[in-house]
Design a protein around this ligand. Sequence first.
Ligand SMILES: *Cc1c(COP(=O)(O)O)cnc(C)c1O
Length: 396
Amino acid sequence: MRNTQVDDRKLHIETLLAHEGRERGQIGGTVNTPVYRASTLLFPTVETLHAQHGTLNTYGRHGNPTTRSLEQALCQLEGAYGAMLTPSGLSALTTALLATLQPGDHLLMTDSVYDPTRAFCDETLKRFGIETTYYDPLIGAGIADLIRPNTRVVFVESPGSLTFEVQDIPAIADAAHARGALVMLDNTWGTPAHFPSFKHGVDISIHAATKYIVGHSDVLMGVIMTTEALYPRIRGFYKQLGLSVSADDAYLALRGLRTLSTRLERHQRNAHAVAEWLSAQPEVERLLYPALPGAPGHDIWKRDFTGACGLFGVVFKPITESAIRAMLNDMQLFGMGFSWGGFESLILLTRPSSHRTATTWNAEGPLVRLHVGLEHPDDLIADLEAGFQRLRAARD
Ligand SMILES: *Cc1c(COP(=O)(O)O)cnc(C)c1O
């Protein structure tokens, strides 16, 4: 059974991005919700203070109009009941896991999960008496066989970190719900614009807003979004942890959000151009970009997602590490760094095999991750072309 938080929005994503999360109705009001910098909120009388007691609005840590505007906009975009902002994507993931699991519970975790999430399961959750079983990201409905009476959460991340496996989330959600487990998703790649998680049976959707939501490589932030049924419990735990984000950061995230679909459209178009060029290079074995016809996971991506982004993997044919280094060490436009989702292009040599336990990653050669930014694709291709020349010179 699907949860009830199915979105039935009538307006398109582009329109929602321009209009949600704004204060309305004030004569002479501003287009954007201002930055409310506040630790202390004041009340004129004992009665008005008491009337607010128990609500979320009595102290700066509980939020302010800027953070609430961002939460409201994100909920409308993804079809969630409630949202909570956290200081990073990782803190959103760890908070949601701790809010839903307790000692003796069992967690099913995709083997292609973001590595710091894995570390949290293996160390902190284990210390708290919560057992994690990793599963093949391509398991689909077969997840049913792994669900135990004490399995509380099935965690999905699609496409997978580094290796881009696209998971059959509706099938996994049906199996999980039939056995009383929740489905928690790291939806960072999909974004609220391109993967309508609650429609596909997800109960808790988490984003590293750091990536495309902020979109400008200048703020770390996470968001947890939930159905109505789960919201009180998770909001209560979030409040007890004392998590909050600054109004300044929330303002920047809202500002980034306004152009989310415009940016994604260009990221996607540029990524297609770069991917097409790469696939013609003799050293490239295959591309891990679900939006590409024929790429792994393309059919499920097409069924469930409404778009893609600029992040994908390139599997090389067997080649020496020094040849790959010669390519990566002198890129002019592709920066080298962790993270992605900003306006600029990035390139990274990855080693997924060291983060696997349920499956093995034994690709032919090295795996390079590209984030294709908003630059002109011809310039990016020229940068890569020069890189391939360095690679060839180092190899020959
Ligand atoms: C970056 C990332 C995170 C963590 O976000 P931070 O804001 O850096 O903590 C979580 N999940 C995925 C898939 C990511 O790429």
